[in-house]
Design a protein around this ligand. Structure first.
Ligand SMILES: [Zn+2]
Length: 147
């Protein structure tokens, strides 16, 4: 099924590519969603995404009953993450990995094997990928940095 840009004002852009019909009976119409899209496949351009957001985002948040009234907190024990430090010198990749928890003041150098999943290690040019924060916490426990 064809997907159309969800910005009700999309056709107001009046771009040449939006002209349809024949002489004497022409109109501008909304863009179809193509290969490139914005806002989860709902908008043709960032412009349309922004225009819709300005108009409807508050209503959308309220309609989903997902308005945040208190700040979301990540506490000390869940503040683990892995950081990749990019470093290329004389054609050699010297990238390094750190297990970090700024709230605990921990900065621990780890190996690529520890920093990545088996699949991430298998892929070429993905040395910058790292395990997720849940896995980082598990690693911290393994290494005796957390309990
Ligand atoms: Zn649009």
């Amino acid at each position: 099924m064809t997907k159309w840009c969800q910005n009700p004002n999309c056709a107001d852009k009046k771009s040449s590519g939006q002209i349809r019909g024949n002489k004497g009976n022409k109109w501008y119409q909304s863009n179809r969603i193509g290969t490139y899209s914005y806002g989860g496949g709902n908008f043709c351009t960032l412009h349309c995404h922004n225009e819709w957001s300005e108009k409807y985002m508050s209503q959308a948040i309220d309609a989903l009953n997902s308005r945040i009234h208190e700040p979301i907190k990540v506490n000390l024990d869940d503040a683990w993450y892995v950081e990749y430090h990019y470093s290329w010198s004389s054609g050699t990749n010297n990238g390094s990995y750190e297990l970090r928890n700024k709230l605990k003041g921990v900065r621990q150098t780890i190996t690529r094997e520890q920093a990545q999943t088996e699949e991430q290690r298998r892929l070429d040019y993905s040395e910058w990928r790292t395990i997720n924060d849940t896995q980082a916490k598990e690693l911290a426990i393994q290494l005796g940095l957390a309990s």
